[in-house]
Design a protein around this ligand. Structure first.
Ligand SMILES: NC(=O)c1ccc[n+]([C@@H]2O[C@H](COP(=O)([O-])OP(=O)(O)OC[C@H]3O[C@@H](n4cnc5c(N)ncnc54)[C@H](O)[C@@H]3O)[C@@H](O)[C@H]2O)c1
Length: 316
């Protein structure tokens, strides 16, 4: 029995990991899921009055680890922790703060999928929500692509952060209206806490890549039915959990049995090309799956506790 389980803090994780190394390990984990080397533990939510406890996790047999992320929701705020096990010894490897891992993996999966399935040379990025997740999404994507313009939408957005982002990204970045942000945008990200659509899907450019990563409950959505109707492809992280949790799917008025859903394990298995022959609007609906948390926790443990050299990212 391990009597002293190491603890890894958000600060240590922030120092050890970056969006690219996180995206690389996420790609490996979803590829492993497609080959049966990993399995996902569905999110479980338990409510009592206005309080909630949620758990999600995965077994990544190929890497010899399993883990669970657990978090209460109090007054709408989350507090994430992760417990990771070593399957070779059947002992706990570490307890990790989960806030930084959640921030990194949620933005990195958008960048990963946008780089493989989105427009080849995106010039304009639009981001809805400039809270914790929206800022991470803008920072990750602007490190990946050479944007000329970043349009931000958030009634509570901080213009000082927009200036810092413009400086780091080497392009213009400013708050604007929803319509002017979405029109002509190559990539649109929604990262708000809104339960109702944040823009009119008719405004989307014909080849836009849209990543909706806010609400992950079937009672609410950030994208309207028009955006979903216009999508030639709807990418999900992992079909069983995504179809159960995504409000964009549950509340979609025009959803048909031939809706163009594909998930990351299918794409990694080669069941469909990442970019369809006929380009159109691509929606990526992210709800967040436990495999991502376990994969990034494993990377953090290998970097911080086992002092492994940095992974070379194979990503563009
Ligand atoms: N997909 C995932 O894996 C994943 C992971 C973590 C969090 N989330 C979700 O991401 C969302 C955002 O989380 P957060 O921590 O950044 O929240 P936050 O409260 O820090 O930020 C949300 C921001 O959205 C803005 N906003 C609200 N309505 C808006 C609208 N209509 N248009 C533009 N901006 C609007 C708010 O002013 C706020 O600044 C939450 O719904 C959370 O559950 C998803």
């Amino acid at each position: 029995m391990n009597t002293s389980i190491p603890f890894i803090s958000d600060r240590q994780i922030a120092e050890a990991l970056d969006f690219r190394s996180v995206a690389a390990v996420l790609g490996e984990a979803f590829a492993s899921l497609s080959e049966g080397g990993a399995a996902v533990h569905h999110r479980q939510r338990t409510d009592c009055r206005d309080l909630r406890l949620s758990t999600m996790g995965a077994v990544w047999a190929e890497r010899g680890v399993a883990g669970v992320k657990v978090y209460p929701t109090v007054r709408g705020q989350f507090s994430f922790s992760i417990l990771l096990f070593d399957l070779a010894t059947n002992q706990p490897l570490a307890v990790l703060d989960g806030n930084e891992i959640t921030r990194l993996r949620t933005a990195a999966v958008t960048a990963l999928v946008a780089s493989k399935a989105g427009p080849l040379r995106p010039r304009k990025l639009a981001v809805f929500g400039a809270g914790l997740q929206g800022r991470a999404q803008a920072e990750a994507l602007s490190g990946w692509f050479d944007f000329e313009q970043i349009a931000l939408v958030d009634p509570a957005g901080n213009p000082v952060w927009a200036e810092t982002l413009a400086h780091k990204a080497g392009c213009s970045a400013a708050f604007t209206t929803a319509e002017s942000a979405v029109r002509d945008a190559d990539i649109v990200v929604t990262a708000t806490r809104s339960a109702t659509p944040v823009f009119d899907g008719a405004w989307l450019a014909p080849g836009a890549f849209v990543a909706a990563m806010g609400i992950s409950a079937p009672k609410g959505r950030e994208l309207d039915g028009t955006a979903m109707d216009r999508a030639g492809r709807i990418i999900l992280e992992w079909m069983p959990q995504s179809l159960a949790e995504a409000g964009e799917v549950a509340l979609w008025e025009g959803r048909s049995s031939t809706a163009p859903f594909v998930d990351l394990p299918q794409l990694y298995a080669g069941a469909a090309p990442w970019r369809p022959e006929v380009p159109g609007i691509t929606v990526f609906k992210s709800v967040g799956v436990g495999l991502a948390d376990v994969a990034v926790a494993q990377l953090a443990v290998s970097r911080i506790l086992q002092r492994e050299p940095a992974l070379e990212s194979a990503l563009p």
